[in-house]
Design a binder for this molecule. Structure first.
Ligand SMILES: *[C@@H]1O[C@H](CO)[C@@H](O)[C@H](O)[C@H]1NC(C)=O
Ligand SMILES: *[C@@H]1O[C@H](CO)[C@@H](O)[C@H](O)[C@H]1NC(C)=O
Ligand SMILES: [Ca+2]
Length: 381
């Protein structure tokens, strides 16, 4: 009797939840379109030290207005100029996505940039490629990445170029990201991962590629019930502006009009423990001579364990200071590992934790993390 009562009560609850989800104003609408919305913070000047201490360390997104309109790329990169320079480098091919609504299964093709330019207005082609070497002199390092050791964090600089009408999947990045618009509009939907961890982890259901299988034009609240808990930043990034997207923040991007953007992926862990910037970095201004061709950068060609160390450093930065936190985190990436690697990674976790937990009290203090480079041979550079 009592059991019946509970069953009915339970079924009632579930039934209610389903119809509530079906009635949600966002159900079967584009991702994020129904809100609730939050206001994105905006700045017009962002020296290196302020950027790292106020935004990167605290994982806060920020819109940087008019940060790239002085770059040569901003004024020079029309189709004529790009055709002229790329014609001199016919052997360098760029990678092109073949459909504008992103599918991670789609084919990509490679063509010289001048061939792409000839057809991009009348095709689905979407260039997603590192800044070609012959164009690096037109691209400056963004102001927040210019001072002292900051440039050494840079991993990759990618050009996103289409005639507009693209839409990405809902996803997270493996790195910190500064996304800058040079032509056209990028419409951004952004969710604070750290505020909505549970919902975000459910929505990003393809762990390997860190993206969601949801249809971004028609999101199904019954399939992803925790969508109802999300809050969104929804705004347009205009030509000249940059956006800092913290590592792990969930985002979805659409584009309008001839669309040229460059994003700067960087890895804060590369300077972690060495991130005490001099005072000069509290007021550094944009230095237009710091173009991408004037220094070398690139993803660290690490072996498995170096990447693993970086992964762990990141977790520590995010406040996971106990061995149990580490174990539960590693469960997320373990799917991708072979049995052997999984076992090695557990041993490695334990060993690294013991090394870092200098006083052996089971918790990593700030001092232990900061002293890391001195206490143990754990230098990531
Ligand atoms: C962004 O710009 C596009 C194209 O002009 C427009 O359709 C859209 O409503 C804008 N979105 C926001 C959030 O302002
Ligand atoms: C493509 O269209 C844009 C306007 O959206 C125009 O500026 C550009 O010249 C066109 N390019 C070609 C090669 O037709
Ligand atoms: Ca300790």
């Amino acid at each position: 009797m009592l059991l019946d009562y509970f069953l009915i009560f339970f079924i009632h609850l579930i039934g209610n939840q389903c119809s509530e989800l079906r009635d949600h104003p966002g159900h079967m609408k584009p991702f994020g379109s129904s809100g609730p919305f939050l206001e994105i913070e905006k700045v017009t000047d962002l020296p290196t030290k302020t950027f790292f201490s106020n935004y990167v360390k605290t994982k806060r997104a920020v819109l940087m207005q008019n940060f790239v309109n002085q770059f040569p790329a901003f004024s020079k990169w029309n189709d004529q100029y790009l055709t002229d320079v790329s014609s001199k480098h016919p052997d360098y091919k760029v990678s092109l996505e073949t459909i504008k609504k992103e599918s991670r299964d789609q084919d990509t093709i490679n063509l010289p940039l001048h061939d792409f330019l000839f057809i991009y207005n009348s095709s689905e082609l979407y260039m997603v490629n590192e800044v070609p070497p012959y164009l690096k002199e037109d691209v400056v390092l963004p102001q927040p990445l210019q001072c002292a050791q900051a440039p050494s964090v840079l991993e990759e600089t990618i050009v996103w170029f289409s005639s507009g009408g693209t839409s990405s999947v809902t996803h997270t990045d493996d790195y910190e990201n500064i996304l800058c618009a040079f032509d056209g509009i990028k419409e951004i939907i952004l969710v604070d991962y750290f505020k909505h961890k549970k919902a975000a982890d459910m929505i990003i259901d393809e762990h390997k590629g860190a993206y969601s299988t949801m249809d971004v034009d028609k999101v199904d609240y019954e399939k992803f019930p925790l969508l109802k808990d999300l809050e969104y930043y929804h705004f347009n990034l205009s030509a000249g502006d940059c956006l800092y997207i913290p590592y792990k923040w969930v985002h979805q991007v659409r584009s309008y009009g001839r669309n040229l953007a460059i994003n700067f992926w960087f890895n804060f862990e590369r300077i972690f423990g060495n991130a005490e910037f001099s005072d000069e970095c509290s007021y550094n201004k944009l230095d237009l001579s710091k173009t991408l061709d004037t220094f070398t950068y690139g993803p660290v060609q690490n072996d498995f364990f170096d990447n693993f160390k970086i992964f762990i450093m990141r977790q520590v930065n995010l406040g996971n200071r106990k061995i149990d936190d580490w174990i539960s985190l590693i469960l997320g990436v373990e799917r991708e590992l072979s049995d052997e690697k999984r076992e090695q990674s557990h041993d490695m976790l334990q060993e690294m934790f013991s090394l870092m937990d200098f006083d052996g009290n089971g918790v990593l203090s700030d001092d232990e993390v900061i002293d890391l480079n001195e206490n143990v041979n754990f230098n990531l550079n």
